[in-house]
Ligand binder design. Structure first.
Ligand SMILES: *Cc1c(COP(=O)(O)O)cnc(C)c1O
Length: 402
């Protein structure tokens, strides 16, 4: 069985490039050059240097001792939360910026939902002195003020999308419109393993540094170069794809993907695409997505903004289809509890997204000798308001006040 992309940009029957004809030249050009650029010595040298000195890689593989004792197994955390800007997204934006530069592009466009990808893009653009335009739904702009402020301080122009629900889908449409209008100088920087080919493969390769490091680090710590399980949360699927990449064909390694089920898989308030979605086309890619009977995309819901996506990357659709990966889902409450558990056992406050991956520890039974790697995709600083609302809704006031 082949799990990786084929030469036509397909993962089994998923993937491909289902795009308006106006975008063919852009996508075709990128498809022709991305592998050559990524594999070039020049790119590799600069990318590896930036990952090391700017992002702060390799990110540690930390044996979570108390958590391991609690679950009677060996739990290791891949610490993407320690990267510059606080998550794995920077691995991808730094890489795509270098590809854009190699292609002679001078203008970077991106869309963002919660703003995390927008911030990672604006960061890489500031670093490389490139013009940065971020499309963001007007509703999201109002909900995510701190990230909007970060993007602006980094020099990006944030353009509100005013159509539809004024959220991610609408921002994507605006970005695509921009790209069609500016094919020559503009590079469209996508934030996950989604979109038309070659984006899913390009982003997977740029995040594959995660599994490259895990392989070495597991060897160092356990004497064998593979874990028994790899666990990651899945929004679009980029941190999971990077976590799995170098182990896709190693069937000794169990792959576990955790989606956000929000209020519950059947609640109508969910982002668990694999659980309730079916086949269709979203953002130019054939994959699973959440849609109504007449094909309208369903607005997803999760407490975690980064997992709030109505589709899933085509690699993951294929991993589901072939049974190579196991797909679980965690509710808002399960994720919040897992976040508190990690905080109190290890002194690490995880991102809400990453907390969904941690919630899987309760859903599976591991053997005492198993090596279980959980990718901690990001840190929890950005989620403190949500954590406070949930865990400390009634602050205890000093006597005499309130
Ligand atoms: C954006 C984000 C995710 C979800 O994106 P993937 O492409 O599925 O990895 C997960 N964790 C964090 C911390 C994020 O910022």
């Amino acid at each position: 069985m082949k799990y990786n992309v084929d030469k036509d940009g397909m993962y089994g029957r998923f993937g491909g490039a289902y795009i308006p004809e106006m975008l063919y030249p852009n996508i075709e050009k990128l498809g022709q050059v991305y592998l050559e650029i990524i594999e070039s010595e020049e790119f590799q040298k600069e990318y590896k240097m930036l990952l090391k000195d700017y992002v702060g890689r390799p990110s540690p593989l930390y044996k979570a001792k108390r958590l391991s004792e609690k679950y009677n197994t060996n739990i290791y955390l891949k610490r993407e939360d320690l990267n510059h800007t606080g998550a794995h997204k920077i691995n991808n934006t730094v890489g795509q910026i270098l590809i854009a530069k190699a292609m002679g592009k001078t203008r970077i466009i991106a869309e963002t939902g919660a703003g995390q990808h927008g911030v990672a893009t604006a960061t890489a653009c500031a670093l490389m002195d490139l013009k940065c335009i971020v499309y963001m739904g007007d509703t999201d702009i109002k909900r995510q003020a701190p990230n909007v402020a970060r993007m602006k301080m980094l020099g990006a122009e944030v353009i509100p999308a005013m159509s539809g629900n004024k959220t991610l889908k609408d921002a994507t449409n605006e970005a695509l419109r921009d790209w069609i209008a500016n094919p020559e100088d503009t590079f469209y920087l996508i934030g996950s393993v989604v979109g038309p080919h070659p984006y899913p493969d390009m982003v997977t390769r740029l995040q594959a540094i995660i599994s490259e490091e895990i392989k070495e680090q597991v060897m160092e710590k356990t004497g064998r170069d593979y874990p028994d399980y790899l666990i990651a949360c899945v929004g679009g699927g980029s941190n999971a794809a990077g976590t799995y990449y170098h182990f896709l064909d190693d069937e000794r390694v169990g792959l576990i993907a955790v989606e956000a089920s929000g209020m519950g898989v059947d609640s109508g308030e969910t982002a668990a695409t694999i659980a309730i979605g079916d086949e269709g086309i979203i953002h130019g890619s054939k994959t699973f997505l959440m849609q109504t009977d007449d094909g309208q995309i369903v607005e997803p819901y999760s407490i975690s903004a980064g997992l709030d996506y109505p589709g899933i990357g085509p690699l993951h659709a294929h991993l589901k289809d072939t049974g190579r990966a196991e797909f679980l889902s965690a509710t808002d409450k399960e994720a919040l509890d897992a976040a508190m558990e990690l905080t109190r056992t290890e002194g690490i406050i995880p991102a809400l997204e990453s907390a969904h991956a941690l919630a899987a520890l309760k859903m599976k039974t591991f053997k005492p000798e198993d090596v279980v790697v959980v990718t901690l995709s990001g840190r929890g600083d950005k989620d403190m308001e949500t954590y406070m609302q949930y865990f400390m809704p009634h602050p205890i006031l000093p006597k005499g006040e309130g």
